[in-house]
Structure formats: structure tokens, C-alpha cells
Design a binder for this molecule. Sequence first.
Ligand SMILES: Cc1cc2nc3c(=O)[nH]c(=O)nc-3n(C[C@H](O)[C@H](O)[C@H](O)COP(=O)(O)O)c2cc1C
Length: 254
Amino acid sequence: MNTYLRENSISQHLTLLKEAKAAVNIPVIASINCVSPNEWTTFAKEFEEAGADAIELNVFYLPANRNTQPGEIEQMYLTILEKIKEEVKIPVAIKIGMYFTNIVAMTDKLKASGANAVVLFNRFYEPDINLKTLEIVASEVFSSPADLRRSLRWVGLVSSSVPHLEIAASTGIHNGDAVIKELLAGAQVTQLCSTIYQNGPGVISQILKDLKSFMQKWNFKNIDEFRGRLSYKNIPDPMLYERSQFMKYFSGNH
Ligand SMILES: Cc1cc2nc3c(=O)[nH]c(=O)nc-3n(C[C@H](O)[C@H](O)[C@H](O)COP(=O)(O)O)c2cc1C
């Protein structure tokens, strides 16, 4: 039964991919959700053959076992990526969560294992507790504009520290200002999810309008003229990215 469901959903995904390729003249990136190196890697080739311009691997392992070492978990991500890279010639991006001890080191290892790009970051389903019924329930599914801060620092740091690795910024990007900030921090592209669910795809036109008026105001002719202008390595005081405690804020010295 499970095999049938899996084959059926893969065939639906392949059909969607082929239809999307036929319908649009922009690149189509196929997404694969991976939880272990043994599953899913074989499907990458099928997505490539169906016309995907690139593959995005959504990898997440929930570390709930106290005997699993952090290095083993990191290696699992690298192994999945290496296996997929053996299967396909198209570019492969890997989408990760923000829970790594050293995100810069991890993205550097992903680059060394063949990643063409990283997506910073995925947002996962998280539990909450309903105190009226004493049950575990889903917490808020959608991000808010304030969640931008979760991705912005790491886009600024990784874009400065890991050469030749493109970054797709994701999490908390709800409007044109957020897109502009991620580009200034060094993102190659930005991704939208929650705002499209909440406001519909029309939000993209508004974002593009806002991006255009920002560029006109500052006289930028193309995005490369300002991409990364405020990244970690390009600002006079990189400490602004490193600052993580509120001490100064409470001493009134901010
Ligand atoms: C309802 C919902 C479903 C999602 N499903 C997937 C998925 O299947 N694969 C994936 O890689 N990310 C999935 N995501 C994560 C989003 O692609 C995105 O990375 C995350 O929501 C952060 O972006 P945002 O702040 O624009 O929502 C999902 C997010 C939401 C809210």
C-alpha cells in the first residue's frame, strides 16, 4: 500500500512538473523532501528527465535521540546531497533549517559536497499545547514579517564567508522591503511562501513594484549593483552582524 501511495504521488509530481514546464517560461525547480539518505535520492533523476531546471532538497532530521552525535547528523545531510549529485547534472540547492551549531561551517561543508546553492531557511511544523483541552496541537503555521530577522543575519554572514555558493533567502519575506533587505545582505534570490498563502500570488507584483521604486530612488540599474552591499564583509563594522546580546540595549547605549 505504501509503495503504491509513493509511486502514485511521484507520478503526480512528475505530471505537475511537466505541465509547469510547458506552461511557463521561467525556470522550474523540483523540490524533494528527504529524511534519510536511503529514500528519495533515486527520484532526482526522474525529475531531471521530466525537465526540472534544478532540484531543491528539503532535508530535515529531528534530533530527538540523545545518543546521536551532532557530527553524524551533519554527515547525513552531506551524504544525501552527495548521492543526489551523483544522479543528476542540473544544479542542486539544499534547503536547511536554522538549527546548526555553526551555520557558516555547515554551509561551507554543503558547498564542498556539491551544493550549488543553499536555501536559508526552511520553516518547520512545530507543536503547541492547547491548555483548554490539554492536547498537543499545531502552532502557527505561517511566518510573520518579524521572522525576517531569522534569515537576514545568516544571509549576511554566509554570503560573505562561503565563496561561490548562491543563497536563496527564505523565512519572513512578506513584502518588497524584506526582499530588498535580503538582497542587500547578499542573497541571490528570495523565496515567498506564507504571504502567498495569505494574500495570493498578486503580492509578487506589488513586491516587484516596490523593488523597482527602491532601485529608481537609489539609481541602481540592476540588482548586482546593490546585492551584498550590506553583507557582513562589506560593512565597516562587522560586529553589527555578530552582536547577539541585549546588554547595550538595557544600558541605554544603543
Ligand atoms: C503550509 C506550508 C507548507 C510547506 N510545505 C513545504 C514543503 O513541502 N517543502 C518545503 O521545502 N518547504 C515547505 N514549507 C516551508 C516554506 O517553503 C518556506 O521555506 C517557509 O514557510 C519560510 O518561508 P515564509 O516565511 O515565506 O513562509 C511549507 C510552509 C508552509 C507554511
